[in-house]
Design a protein around this ligand. Structure first.
Ligand code: HEM
Length: 306
């Protein structure tokens, strides 16, 4: 994937307990890790890449269906089926022909820019204008780490400022910068995801070395003592954390958007998160088939606050 990996130089990393990532050793029991091999594909998402590198989600990176995703997000990170269903729907929407080829996606299909999930101003990837929107980019990630200088834990207030800085930086220098209300919501959701899964879905406190392992090595930090959080990450917890993150950054919310569970769900099933109108016909059609529309009436009510 052409990743540019080097020591960040911002924070020293603690040596891993074991240099060997193996399953079922006496000292540690965790699923064996190795990066993608020939013929395997990866995505712009450090979460999915890490799960695939441990073969918790399919190591090939191919043929991800809702049942496969639901199972591996739960086993790997204790992420709930409610989120797996809607994010999986958005993922399937990234398949160039989801309605004819079958309801699945391959990880490299998620590179598709501006379709729904992939966006500019990422925490650890360069913008599409550079020609590579999916590989880990240490230079960019260092600008996020700089916010954590002197800290051992990632927290909501600091993660929030680091995220907003990435948006402002690319908005100022990328002439093609695009950042729709959907991507505004999903970008907050992504920060909430790393704080929740590497730390705690309620407090958002995550040891920084765990976060760095996820981003820099695309490896779940078992060797550093991490275990999947006991509390399940759900759409509701992610929505609540997205709201807290936004309050901490002070970033202006797009007109009509109320950050939270409902808008996160709406964005991922192809609806306009302010009005509830269909915005992405393909994703909405996929959502009908996967069952992700759920009780749409509740979602629509929540969007308009009525
Ligand atoms: C539940 C476990 C997951 C975790 C912990 C996770 C975490 C993250 C994080 C932290 C980012 C931001 C990366 C950055 O800004 O540099 C991200 C990006 C992304 N994720 Fe995930 N994710 C998860 C699941 C998923 C799933 C299931 C999908 C798709 C079906 C997905 C698709 C994406 C995509 C396309 C991006 C790129 C967005 C961008 O342009 O920055 N993620 N994810």
């Amino acid at each position: 994937m052409g990743n540019m990996r080097r020591e960040a130089g911002v924070l020293p990393r603690r040596a891993a307990a074991s240099a060997v990532s193996s399953a079922n050793t006496a000292a540690s029991t965790y699923p064996a890790w190795h990066p993608a091999q020939k013929g395997e594909v990866r995505s712009p998402c450090p979460g999915l890449n890490s799960l695939a590198n441990h073969d918790i989600c399919p190591r090939s990176g191919k043929g991800y269906t809702i049942p496969i995703l639901t199972d591996c997000l739960k086993r790997g990170l204790n992420v709930g089926g409610d989120f797996a269903l809607v994010v999986g729907t958005a993922g399937i929407g990234s398949n160039p022909s989801p309605l004819t080829s079958g309801l699945y996606f391959d990880l490299d299909m998620l590179d598709r820019h501006d379709f729904l999930i992939e966006h500019d101003g990422s925490l650890s990837r360069a913008d599409t204008i550079t020609g590579d929107n999916h590989s880990f980019n240490q230079t960019i990630w260092d600008t996020v780490l700089a916010y954590y200088s002197g800290m051992t834990d990632a927290t909501i207030p600091v993660a929030s400022k680091a995220r907003f800085n990435r948006i402002q930086t690319e908005a100022a220098r990328d002439p093609n910068f695009s950042y729709s209300p959907v991507q505004f919501i999903l970008s907050y959701g992504e920060t909430a995801l790393y704080l929740s899964t590497m730390g705690d879905p309620i407090t958002g406190v995550a040891p920084l070395e765990y976060v760095r392992s996820l981003f820099e090595e695309e490896k779940l930090p078992y060797e550093l003592g991490w275990q999947p959080p006991k509390t399940t990450t759900t759409l509701a917890s992610l929505g609540a954390m997205a709201l807290q993150l936004n309050l901490a950054s002070g970033e202006q919310v797009p007109e009509g958007v109320i950050l939270g569970e409902k808008s996160l769900r709406a964005a991922l099933i192809g609806l306009n998160a302010a009005t509830g109108e269909i915005e992405n016909n393909v994703v909405y059609a996929v959502a009908k088939l996967t069952g992700a529309l759920g009780s749409l009436t509740g979602v629509l009510k929540g969007l308009t606050g009525s």
